[in-house]
Design a protein around this ligand. Structure first.
Ligand code: F6P
Length: 338
């Protein structure tokens, strides 16, 4: 068999480990030929590929980014006419035939799962692997990249405690997560955040301000607020900046903000993510060997298994009020916005 691999959407730590996992299992165990498709789904049109060998993926395990390059290009644009969609379908099928691919592994987040499902519906043999630091892909307990991002954010929060305490300040740290607050929730708990604000849960500046004033009254030297970038703000203002400004105004306590940004997504994956990515990559090769197409590899408990792309399509995994982290967090005194 000859298979293709592409990586699409925002990058994250562990993609290269996944590519390596797919390749090693596909080539060494199943005797397949593997081709890397460059630049995400765009590569299906431009046809820029490279032969991947056991040797060429050696040394990738601990590297950041994706050796194949990525883009947010979708195979089918939302606003495309029926004619354009037909033409794109024809082109993709023709290119996949020309490349001689029996199946394609698509590594990506929610957008990728959606696009991959569309490709499987036009008759291509597709298997996907979920990846994103946001951990918001429905159908898997965890995505690789998330653990690394949480570790980086936690280290940053750790460092903010001492400077906040020295200056008796409120420190707001904005972490990634537009729709889902998983990074804020996990790093907030791991980093000892006092207040955690998530896109999924409403917050009230006056209530938060009262929590802060009470903390200072009790003798706490500082307060750490972990904010997901996607929380609702007035006029679409940036999350960290808005919360810091409002808190300073309400409490009169000096407040600073730090935006963590892309360091959460770059660099070497954690040991957990290397293992998850390797297992998921190898499982993707197994699904192809079994011709079990139209599936997304997933983690359930400690087991690597798979789920139908049709079940994953158009869903998001979000934090809910009854999530155990939120419940236990509240119990130990963390304020989640109210
Ligand atoms: O990878 C997910 C994510 O990091 C989001 O949390 C973030 O807002 C977004 O990607 C930004 O990515 P880009 O600037 O590459 O579109």
């Amino acid at each position: 068999m000859k298979i293709g691999i592409l990586t699409s959407g925002g990058d994250c730590p562990g993609i290269n480990a996944t590519i390596r996992g797919v390749c090693k299992a596909a080539i060494n165990h199943y005797g397949m030929e593997v081709v890397g498709i460059h630049g995400g789904f765009q590569g299906l049109f431009e046809g820029e590929t490279e032969q991947l060998t056991s040797m060429s993926v050696s040394g990738l395990l601990n590297t950041g980014g994706t050796i194949l390059g990525t883009s947010r290009e979708k195979p089918f644009k939302k606003k495309a006419t029926e004619e354009e969609k037909k033409e794109r379908t024809r082109l993709i099928i023709e290119n996949v035939k020309r490349m001689g691919l029996d199946a394609i592994v698509c590594i990506g987040g929610n957008g990728t799962q959606k696009s991959a499902y569309k490709l499987s519906k036009i008759g291509l043999n597709i298997v996907t692997v979920p990846k994103t630091i946001d951990n918001d892909v429905w159908g898997t307990d965890q995505t690789f990249g998330f653990d690394t991002a949480v570790t980086i954010a936690t280290e940053a929060i750790d460092r903010l405690h001492s400077t906040a305490s020295s200056h008796r300040r409120v420190m707001v740290i904005e972490v990634m997560g537009h729709k889902a607050g998983w990074i804020a929730l996990h790093s907030g708990i791991a980093g000892g955040g006092d207040i955690i604000l998530l896109p999924e849960l409403d917050y009230d500046i006056k209530a938060i301000s009262q929590v802060i004033l009470d903390r200072f009254k009790k003798g706490h030297t500082h307060t750490i607020i972990v904010v997901a970038e996607g929380i609702k703000t007035l006029n679409g203002r940036k999350a960290g900046e808005y919360v810091a400004e409002q808190i300073e105004f309400e409490t009169g306590i000096e407040t600073r903000q730090t935006v963590l940004g892309y360091v959460q997504r770059g660099g070497s994956p954690s040991a957990f993510d290397r293992i998850l990515a390797t297992r998921m990559g190898s499982h993707a090769a197994e699904l192809i060997a079994r011709k079990d197409y139209g599936k997304m590899v997933c983690l359930k408990g400690n087991e690597i298994t798979s789920i139908k792309l049709s079940d994953v399509n158009d869903k998001l995994k979000l934090v809910t009020e009854d999530n155990d982290f939120v419940v236990q967090g509240k119990r130990i005194g963390i304020c989640f916005g109210k």
